[in-house]
Write a protein that binds this ligand. Structure first.
Ligand SMILES: Nc1ncnc2c1ncn2[C@@H]1O[C@H](COP(=O)(O)OP(=O)(O)OP(=O)(O)O)[C@@H](O)[C@H]1O
Length: 478
């Protein structure tokens, strides 16, 4: 009883540290405001504000660590604006009859054939007369490459004024998309790209000659209206990328709508999103009139091929000891260890290192680029064990991980089991349907209760494991 209440107190303390540390992240962050001016947040802003920043950071992280397409065996759902018009899909880039320089650019990027979503989206985006499109599919399925191709094929290089306008939620995300435009358009040297982002100051009265402009809503709005660097009436293609991340930022939604209203009626409008909550859908309908709609559901994850265990401990030190006992078994493969707070993650990584184990730490204090470097090393197998926090690892897929340790069980902000995170961490999709091992550390009545609720939710038994029993450990490792 006494141990339980002590453990509960630790949990509470950890939760308190969690909310403190997230405020600290907030204070450390340097972010552009909507007018492109750098400012440092010094006030403790709301949690949902943090959530928004997380989404942009996660999205950037995913882009930085991704080198190829995410596999998806689901069917693409297509809803045509005109259901009677034939539905085209292509299996090769040649079928799209692209300009030769563009086809060359596509092949130079190593793309052999369109991705699943591109098979349907590209013919729609390139059709004459131009059609509007709302497309949703998870990160890594080829959306960016698709709209870049659409912009590059519609742009007229000889015309020295902006013809394509692309909105991104942050400066860093805009730069990533800009890189794709530059790569794919590299055989079109006369094509130029301008960034409408913070700090990119132009002289008043100037008109820009670049054919493609990519930027954040606040700056783009200024460039189109107040500063008149861009004539919005001459825009032929308008892309709104990462709509879900976009609307999570205060003001971006209104600014995007105001920009859209300045565009000519025949401008092609394209909107992309990784998720499709109601709010995204409402926003999409406001900015994209008469759209075709394409959706590709995320591949479902399952716990079927995963052996799940729990280890009963009395406190954090016992959890650590249990982990050390397991260490030999788990490092046969690559393992990820999840903690609830940054403080626990740092402590655990330090303790494991003291024991002579080589581990990597992925933490919210790190810059996105640093985080990407850690993930990259882990992916390359340079490190076998990655210790991280729940928040930091959310949305990141490290496919080769076959052992997951929940040093702390995933809970939402109300302290209830976070089943979705549990599944995403541990589960496998059809493609990566290989066997996996999950070990949950339980150190209080409270966490036992969470574990029971997770078991009930998935209707899958989680077996007890005694980490002092070498035979048992041997068993789980095989
Ligand atoms: N047809 C293709 N063939 C091979 N690789 C592709 C193809 N299309 C895109 N890729 C590559 O797959 C990865 C993901 O593509 P892309 O960035 O376009 O996806 P996305 O859905 O926009 O994801 P995110 O929003 O995270 O950027 C990139 O590395 C990209 O170069």
């Amino acid at each position: 009883m006494a141990t339980d209440s002590w453990a509960l107190a630790v949990d509470e303390q950890e939760a308190a540290v969690k909310s403190m540390s997230s405020l600290q992240i907030k204070e450390e962050k340097v972010k552009p405001d909507t007018n492109g001016v750098i400012k440092t947040s010094t006030t403790a802003e709301k949690t949902d504000e943090e959530e928004k920043e997380d989404r942009a950071a996660q999205s950037l992280l995913n882009k930085l660590i991704r080198s190829n397409l995410v596999d998806n065996t689901n069917q693409v759902e297509v809803l045509q604006r005109d259901p009677n018009s034939p539905l085209y899909s292509v299996k090769s880039f040649e079928e799209l009859r692209l300009k030769p320089q563009l086809l060359q650019g596509v092949y130079a990027m190593g793309f052999n054939r369109p991705s699943k979503i591109q098979e349907n989206a590209l013919p729609m985006m390139l059709a004459e007369p131009p059609q509007n499109l709302i497309a949703q599919s998870q990160s890594g399925t080829g959306k960016t490459a698709a709209f870049v191709l659409a912009m590059l094929s519609r742009v007229e290089p000889a015309d020295r004024y902006p013809q394509c306008l692309c909105l991104s939620p942050t400066y860093e995300l805009a730069l990533q998309t800009g890189k794709v435009i530059e790569q794919m358009g590299k055989f079109h040297p006369e094509l130029k790209l301008a960034y409408a982002v913070r700090g990119n100051k132009l002289e008043r009265g100037q008109k820009i000659s670049e054919q493609i402009v990519i930027g954040t809503p606040g700056t783009v709005l200024d460039w189109c209206s107040k500063l008149r660097f861009i004539d919005p009436k001459r825009i032929k293609v308008f892309v709104l990328d990462e709509a879900d991340v976009m609307i999570a930022t205060q003001g971006h939604q209104d600014q995007s709508i105001r920009i859209q209203r300045m565009l000519p009626r025949n401008c092609q409008m394209l909107l992309f999103s990784a998720t499709f909550e109601d709010s995204v859908w409402k926003f999409a309908q406001k900015v994209v009139p008469d759209p075709n709609i394409i959706k590709l559901k995320r591949e479902e994850e399952t716990l079927d091929t995963i052996k799940q265990y729990y280890v009963l401990c009395n406190n954090r030190d016992e959890k650590f000891q249990a982990l050390c006992n397991l260490y030999g078994a788990i490092t046969i493969a690559q393992a990820m260890i999840f903690c609830h707070t940054r403080k626990t993650a740092s402590w655990l990584a330090a303790e494991l290192s003291k024991e002579g184990h080589q581990v990597a730490l992925l933490s919210g204090e790190m810059m996105v680029e640093q985080r990407a470097a850690v993930i990259e090393r882990f992916r390359e197998g340079k490190e076998k064990v990655l210790v991280t926090t729940n928040v930091c690892a959310r949305g990141i897929d490290v496919e080769q991980v076959s052992v997951v340790i929940n040093f702390d069980l995933p809970v939402d902000k109300d302290g209830n089991p976070d089943n979705e995170t549990y599944l995403h961490r541990i589960g496998r999709t059809g493609r990566f349907g290989k066997r996996g091992l999950a070990v949950n550390m339980v150190d209080s009545k409270h966490s036992m209760n969470i574990l029971n609720r997770i078991q009930e939710h998935f209707n899958k038994k989680i077996e007890r494991l005694d980490t002092d029993d070498l035979d048992e450990i041997e068993k789980i490792a095989n």
